[in-house]
Design a protein around this ligand. Structure first.
Ligand SMILES: [Zn+2]
Length: 200
């Protein structure tokens, strides 16, 4: 790699930050990008620049949006009586892919983990209560968080904050193996877990 010009090294270093991309793959990608030529590189610059400038977080649910509400929050066909709480956008995508859920979402931005220094105030948790209080149509909050200690802790915290509200708080059935990351579940397992959800 030492023989490569500095601009190459900078691209390789940027690519290496992506999951599953090591030195070798990053170098291969950088070479390929260079070979594709000016038009391709300009398109990529524009696409990345749009990503940084135009993509925002939905002010209601924290899903990705293009300014304003996300496509789910602004979709009149969605069931507005239920909110599915997920830890990140990857888990939201897994839920959408399972094709069995048609309600709204709330993305927390992570899980409570005192070990990693993530406290409730670092996450979008109290906003769930605010949404339920502001909208009497919401009848259920499905806490679809990982079956881990952090997921359990976060679920319990959410349940506490919703105490006293006329809202069912449920969690997908723990047919989900302990330690499971929601984002890795297949659609069938996820839809079954959702169907058999239990009150918490
Ligand atoms: Zn939204």
């Amino acid at each position: 790699m030492e023989q490569l010009p500095a601009p190459f090294i900078r691209v390789i270093n940027a690519l290496k930050r992506l999951p599953g991309v090591g030195e070798k793959t990053a170098t291969r990608y950088a070479m390929q990008i260079f070979d594709e030529g000016r038009t391709y590189i300009d398109q990529m610059i524009q696409a990345l620049s749009d990503l940084a400038e135009k993509v925002t977080l939905c002010p209601v649910c924290n899903n990705l949006a293009e300014g304003g509400l996300c496509t789910i929050c602004s979709d009149p066909q969605r069931d507005r009586t239920v909110i599915c709480v997920v830890k990140d956008i990857r888990d939201l995508a897994a839920m959408e892919k399972s094709g069995t859920y048609n309600g709204l979402y709330h993305v927390t931005g992570g899980l409570i983990s005192p070990l990693r220094g993530t406290m409730p105030g670092d996450l979008s948790l109290d906003a769930i209560k605010n949404r339920c209080t502001a909208d009497p149509n919401i009848k259920e909050v499905i806490v679809t968080l990982d079956a881990t200690v952090e997921g359990d802790t976060t679920a319990m915290y959410i349940k506490e904050t919703l105490k006293g509200l006329d809202v069912r708080v449920s969690r997908p059935a723990m047919g989900i193996p302990t330690g499971t990351d929601i984002g890795y579940l297949d659609g069938l397992t996820l839809s079954r877990a959702l169907r058999d959800r239990k009150n918490i």
